[in-house]
Design a protein around this ligand. Structure first.
Ligand code: GTP
Ligand code: MG
Length: 476
């Protein structure tokens, strides 16, 4: 029994076939497993979906099939006593039309409405009002539940908007535009706020639902920041070891170790992104990004290192601020070039590599060390990355990813529109220097294998601030 929310409100989401009912439910409940299809009649049964926080039900939405024969249903209804309640109407209808397949969907809709507190009527206002629409509106009015019309327009609806609004205002307690395929968190909250005002008796309950959702949203960003920090922590301290057998050249062993070293970082980053996606309830859906999205490139692609992370000048400055040795700053500045070579493959690498600290290897610390029980007498240790640029790249990519998944409507199931740039979050090179320094201080401590308690706390604050400021349009 839920004590915090004495009543779990439920809403039946109804309308014409193919108008976007399942899309509305999918986005409102953050369920990307609800079937959405361009074929009318996709939803055949009424199915209840619950919004849960900490395993407690908060709100319920019932997806329903589209009306099949609204005019016939209304004709039947008009012969009933006017003040009959929704449950009696539903029971009588389903009894009268039992076994008649043409009425089966309407029967399920009436039942769903009878069993819920309120109704969301989804319409696509991009077409003129027809007699079926008017019949549906009248049926809903007769059922007597508090109801809101949701304009989920698939295209431009300006032509018919006025006639729709006039009709909807007559039949509904509230009318609200809601684009299920684009709606981010704020729009979901606005829809609930509008719903709150439609029924006195549930105002308080919906208010606490909205409060809980806002707190949960903050909690998700806080967890997202933890995910990003532990990604940076793991990557900036990663080392791998390989035995150095007698007669083997250290540089040959290093070469053979590099693919597994970089692959480890890639896999670790993918894991963090998956965690971010799941934090925002995107489970079944893999985002497909188009060529204009920065994230399309590999972690080690030249393009990634060109457009993300800090500029060379910034790197030198923040390295100095973070207390890196003067020489290291120069080394760091080479990040872009060295990683380019690093990834270009054995031939280029072999030409410039050597244990004496060539450019090609300047991004990863390598040492030949003595006795190790498991690995044999001598071994090579590779890592952690020497340059702090890696940390900035990881932060930038994680924030881009976070921004996308945190705003992506669960009803949106296809590729991002070509040419659309998803990001409005500032990249690390646009941050204030003191915020950049939070990344570099954390990274340098990790590289040196020192305790990072204070730096971690500082970076957490900066990341939270960056995320919040982006929403408020402040300079960070
Ligand atoms: N462009 C656009 N398309 C939408 C929008 N909402 C839904 N659609 C598309 O409309 C089609 C129907 O969406 P559904 O959510 O399955 O509609 P439904 O009302 O549940 O359909 P049935 O269950 O068949 O009655 C799908 O192809 C959706 O992608 C929208 O806001 N904009
Ligand atoms: Mg449906």
């Amino acid at each position: 029994m839920n004590t915090e929310y004495p009543e779990v409100l439920s809403f039946a989401v109804v309308g014409h076939p193919n108008e976007g009912k399942s899309s509305v439910v999918s986005t409102l409940t953050e369920r990307d497993d609800i079937r959405i299809s361009s074929t009318p009649g996709e939803t055949e049964y009424a199915v209840e979906y619950t919004v849960e926080l900490d395993h407690k039900p908060l709100l319920r939405f019932v997806d329903t099939p589209g009306f099949q024969v609204p005019r016939k249903t209304l004709k039947w209804l008009s012969k009933r006593p006017v003040n009959e309640d929704a449950q009696t109407i539903s029971d009588s209808f389903n009894r009268d039309f039992s076994g008649r397949s043409a009425y089966i969907h309407d029967g399920r809709i009436l039942q769903a409405i009878a069993e819920t507190h309120g109704v969301l009527y989804v319409i696509d206002a991009g077409k003129p009002i027809g007699s079926d629409d008017l019949a549906e509106m009248e049926i809903l009015r007769r059922l007597g539940k508090t109801r809101m019309a949701v304009l989920n327009s698939k295209g431009d609806d300006s032509e018919f908007e006025e006639q729709w609004r006039a009709a909807l205002n007559r039949h509904f307690n509230a009318v609200r535009r809601f684009n299920a395929r684009e709606a981010a968190f704020d729009e979901r909250i606005r829809l609930l706020s509008a719903l709150r005002l439609t029924g006195q008796h549930w105002e308080e309950t919906l208010e606490s639902v909205i409060r809980a959702l806002n707190i949960d949203r903050e909690g998700r960003f806080s967890k997202a920041v933890d995910i990003i920090c532990s990604l940076v922590a793991d990557c900036m301290s990663k080392t791998i070891k390989a035995p150095l057998k007698d007669g083997e050249k250290p540089e040959d062993v290093q070469l053979s170790m590099m693919p597994s070293y970089t692959e480890w970082l890639r896999v670790r980053e993918k894991r963090a992104h998956k965690e971010l996606r799941e934090e925002f309830r995107h489970r079944h859906f893999e985002m497909e990004l188009n060529n204009n999205d920065l994230m399309i490139h590999d972690l080690f692609a030249r393009e990634t290192w060109r457009v993300l992370g800090l500029s060379k000048k910034q790197l030198a400055t923040v390295s100095a601020l973070a207390g890196a040795a003067a020489g290291a700053a120069v080394d760091l500045a080479l990040g872009e070039i060295t990683f380019g070579i690093f990834m270009a493959g054995g031939a280029v690498l072999a030409g410039v590599s050597g244990l004496a600290g060539s450019r090609a290897l300047s991004q990863v610390k390598v040492r030949v060390a003595g006795i190790n029980q498991q690995l044999g007498r001598r071994y090579i240790e590779m890592g952690p990355p020497k340059g702090i640029q890696m940390a900035f790249i990881l932060v930038d990519r994680a924030l881009l990813y976070l921004e996308t998944v945190s705003r992506w409507a669960h009803a949106k199931r296809e590729k991002a529109d070509p040419g659309q740039q998803l990001s409005t979050l500032p990249k690390t090179r646009q941050w204030l220097r003191k915020n950049q320094a939070a990344v570099s201080r954390f990274a340098l401590k990790l590289i040196k294998g020192k305790s990072t308690e204070q730096e971690l706390e500082n970076l957490r604050k900066v990341l939270i601030d960056v995320i919040k400021s982006a929403e408020e349009g402040r300079d960070i």
